[in-house]
Design a protein around this ligand. Structure first.
Ligand SMILES: *Cc1c(COP(=O)(O)O)cnc(C)c1O
Length: 372
């Protein structure tokens, strides 16, 4: 599904040199690489504050802690996503409120958000799924009207642009009150271990969060709030510093691969290629996810497995049906889209090193099977 070894070839000298430097300087935690990466990312995202942390799940949790959400507060998020988002809501004893997604973009449905708002609602967490930004214009309007925080889960969409209806272009993750991302190795900007970051233009919130990530300390050995230990280490920051200048190029390469897939599948009756909102720079293709129609998904998956072609089913079970997050308040009739998507989605290999020949082989194998 990904080729991190191939990508490493293009940044090998820089990564090896900076690893050597980190080791020689022995500043493994909070070294200069971390501070420089933080500044590099602030510049790239055009956001006032980046706070690096240990991973993307922590980033979401710390964002919610920083906003002062309290047990019992309701947080609305998408039913069709990776579990990390709902997991941290539940861990903090907030009340997760899962809602359905849009059938085309796979992203949280603003109409479903509106229906789910109660006097206890405090925040909305849109997840920019598979690399495509959610409908932020409408989500921000809803949030403003109801006085809610918007926490963007940008783990799959770093580098994407959002063209809002007022004509502004903003980087995904820097549109809401706060953004969270992951640098897990396979993400569009990934390190060689775990890593994450939180972004916000709110200086006061950023100050609060800088303490939370460091055991609630604002002054050494003075613990003002309950915090956590969550940090990006210097070796990971060195990798990220080598990759960040190439992120736009990496995302361009993904889009080229997506276009080749799209072309190959354009006349296929059983395949719906990924929907793309407007200009393609709103989608950075963390995943290339097809809908396989007419009940043929599972048979195709089995065939790909036999042929040794990697694929993924993201995600096979709606979150509202997971044991940990099931809740008697949920009504199946409220999740028609997610319930159908889990039966149709299939993601194909998507990374920066895919070549035309590989794509031809993958698409040819799929077309041959579906038309047999
Ligand atoms: C990867 C991911 C996370 C979690 O990131 P980790 O660094 O693995 O903790 C959260 N949300 C989404 C949507 C993700 O894809």
């Amino acid at each position: 599904m990904v080729d991190l070894k191939g990508q490493y070839e293009g940044i090998k000298d820089q990564v090896n040199t900076s690893f050597q430097e980190v080791i020689e300087n022995a500043a493994f935690i909070n070294g200069p690489e971390v501070q420089q990466f933080q500044k590099d990312l602030e510049d790239y995202l055009q956001v006032k504050n980046v706070i690096p942390c240990g991973n993307g799940t922590d980033a979401l949790q710390i964002a919610m802690m920083g906003l002062g959400l309290k047990p019992g507060d309701e947080v609305i998020t998408a039913d069709f996503t990776f579990a990390a988002t709902v997991e941290v809501i539940a861990l903090l004893q907030l009340t997760p409120v899962l809602v359905d997604v849009e059938p085309d973009s796979f992203n949280i449905d603003p109409e479903a958000i509106k229906k789910a708002i109660t006097p206890k609602t405090k925040a909305i967490v849109p997840v920019h799924l598979f690399g495509q930004v959610a409908n932020m214009d409408v989500i921000m309007e809803i949030a403003e009207e109801h006085n809610l925080f918007v926490i963007e889960d940008n783990a799959q969409a770093i580098g994407g642009n959002y063209h809002s209806k007022n004509g502004k272009t903003e980087k995904t993750g820097a549109i809401g009150h706060i953004g969270a991302t992951s640098f897990f190795p396979s993400k569009n900007l990934g390190c060689y271990g775990d890593g994450g970051a939180i972004f916000t233009n709110d200086d006061k919130l950023a100050h609060t969060i800088r303490g939370i990530v460091n055991h609630g300390m604002y002054e050494r050995y003075h613990h003002d709030v309950v915090g956590v230990n969550s940090r990006l280490d210097s070796l990971q920051a060195a990798v990220l510093r080598a990759k960040l200048p190439k992120l736009d190029l990496y995302n361009e390469t993904r889009k080229k691969a997506a276009n080749l897939y799209n072309d190959a599948f354009k006349d296929e009756a059983h395949i719906e290629t990924p929907y793309r909102i407007g200009d393609c720079d709103t989608h950075v293709y963390h995943q290339y996810t097809l809908k396989i129609k007419n009940g043929k998904r599972d048979a195709l998956a089995k065939h790909l497995q036999e042929k040794g072609i990697p694929f993924g089913i993201y995600y096979p079970i709606p979150l509202h049906k997971q044991k940990a997050y099931a809740d008697s308040r949920y009504n199946e009739a409220d999740f028609p889209v997610t319930n159908q998507l889990v039966q149709e989605v299939l993601s194909l290999p998507m990374h920066t090193e895919l070549d035309d020949e590989q794509i031809e082989y993958i698409t040819g194998t799929i077309k041959e099977f579906l038309n047999a």
